[in-house]
Design a protein around this ligand. Structure first.
Ligand code: ZN
Length: 68
């Protein structure tokens, strides 16, 4: 199945495999304002989320219409 980043539209083909994880390596889901968003290994780096959303990530999410 295809995983597509909610922020930058990066997409990978990945088949969830028992024991290897439900998502591609480094990808993660964050809930933002009630929406479960999928983040790729780049957008999902902890630096963007430690202590709240980083200014960079906020501006990206605004560009996508996810944040207002
Ligand atoms: Zn991304």
């Amino acid at each position: 199945m295809q995983f597509k980043c909610s922020v930058c539209d990066a997409a990978v083909e990945y088949d969830p495999t028992p024991g290897l994880g439900a998502m591609p390596s480094g990808w993660r889901v964050h809930e933002i304002h009630g929406n479960n968003l999928l983040f790729c290994d780049s957008c999902g780096r902890p630096v963007h989320f430690d202590g709240g959303l980083s200014p960079y990530m906020k501006s990206l999410l605004r560009t996508r219409g996810i944040l207002v």
